[in-house]
Design a protein around this ligand. Structure first.
Ligand SMILES: *[C@@H]1O[C@H](CO)[C@@H](O)[C@H](O)[C@H]1NC(C)=O
Ligand SMILES: *[C@@H]1O[C@H](CO)[C@@H](O)[C@H](O)[C@H]1NC(C)=O
Ligand SMILES: *[C@@H]1O[C@H](CO)[C@@H](O)[C@H](O)[C@H]1NC(C)=O
Ligand SMILES: *[C@@H]1O[C@H](CO)[C@@H](O)[C@H](O)[C@H]1NC(C)=O
Length: 307
């Protein structure tokens, strides 16, 4: 047979059509049942936008929506999952707020137990789903439980409105969903203890200097552009390599499932302490029931006002 360019192209296109396709579009997620998450997918990258007014609090609705979404992107033969998920927020003041104090303050009910168990699944899933890299694009307040979730993600980038930290120790509680371990791993034990025990805040430049944020950008647009560029670049490469790399680093650096389970057990055990209950009641009053109040915006530093 005489070789010709036309022949080569025809053979190649036959081969390409016959080849198993690995380029299925990412399976679109079902709409979030409680409407606290919005989704948009471009290529292999999905943006998940928190939308739980007024302050993106980690309440039972958000916990349930986030759990359902994470479960839906676990590797499965029938779905093509995103290589990168970027988390951001519709709210200019808030990336993610604290855990709903109603979950810790009032007596234990079946609903509270369900939400606590659901919350305890979020951290392991953010780790176990090794086929996806999770990126937090933080350009707002990100405090308490919401900051813990950001620390469980694989990377964090901060913009000018980033203001993050933990105030749990001021309520006689702990950062009990694994956040203490991840903070210690990111910024070292001495610094983690400084920020946890004294309820100190990280702004973007400080967090970036300490290694909490991968990078700080001085405008929201620069932040989004940089995160999109990075995500698209990661999205080009084979998912198996992404998964093996994330697994390797997880195995090397992550706390064990037993330590994570113990952390949340310790947290729940502290919830009912009378001293903590009194602190939580003052906290709810000062924060106007965890709304966008000056006190809430001043967290974590102004937790000292309950004393
Ligand atoms: C995948 O699809 C096949 C055929 O439709 C079905 O039998 C199987 O249960 C599905 N597997 C999962 C994990 O959804
Ligand atoms: C995550 O993986 C660990 C270790 O394989 C396992 O023990 C745990 O049950 C998994 N958790 C979830 C929520 O998938
Ligand atoms: C998405 O991933 C597939 C499979 O790895 C790859 O063939 C495709 O080029 C990627 N698309 C983009 C836009 O990165
Ligand atoms: C906070 O909630 C409590 C109990 O639901 C209510 O009594 C109180 O008035 C609320 N406070 C504010 C500032 O909304």
């Amino acid at each position: 047979m005489r070789f010709s360019t036309k022949h080569l192209l025809t053979s190649l296109s036959a081969l390409l059509i016959a080849a198993p396709t690995h380029a299925n579009p990412v399976t679109p997620p079902a709409p979030a049942q409680h409407g606290t998450l919005k989704f948009s997918t471009t290529g292999n990258v999905t943006r998940v936008t928190f939308d739980n007014p007024p302050i993106n609090i980690i309440d039972p609705h958000l916990i349930s929506d986030l759990l359902a979404y994470l479960v839906s992107i676990q590797p499965s033969p029938n779905t093509t999952t995103p290589k990168v998920v970027i988390f951001d927020s519709t709210n200019h003041d808030w990336f993610l707020g604290p855990l709903d104090t109603e979950l810790t303050r009032a007596p234990i009910t079946q609903d509270k137990i369900t939400s606590t168990i659901e919350y305890s699944y979020l951290a392991p899933l953010l780790q176990n789903i090794t086929t996806t890299a999770f990126i937090a694009e933080i350009n707002g307040h990100n405090i308490g439980g919401g900051h813990e979730l950001a620390l469980q993600m694989d990377m964090r980038f901060a913009g000018p409105n980033a203001h993050t930290g933990f105030f749990e120790n001021g309520l006689g509680l702990i950062v009990g969903g694994g956040g203490q371990f991840f903070l210690g791993q990111l910024i070292n034990k001495g610094r983690a203890l400084e920020y946890l025990l004294a309820a100190k805040a990280f702004d973007g430049p400080t967090g970036a200097a300490l290694g909490l944020f991968n990078q700080y950008y001085s405008t929201g647009d620069a932040l989004t552009t940089a995160v999109n560029t990075l995500a698209q670049r990661i999205g080009l490469f084979p998912q198996i390599a992404l998964s093996d790399t994330k697994s390797a680093l997880n195995n090397y650096l992550n706390p064990s499932p037993q330590l994570l389970a113990q952390d949340i057990t310790n947290f729940v055990a502290l919830n009912g302490n009378p001293e903590s209950q009194a602190d939580q009641a003052k906290f709810l009053a000062l924060s106007q029931n965890q709304t966008n109040s000056p006190f809430e915006l001043g967290l974590p530093e102004d937790i000292t006002e309950i004393y």
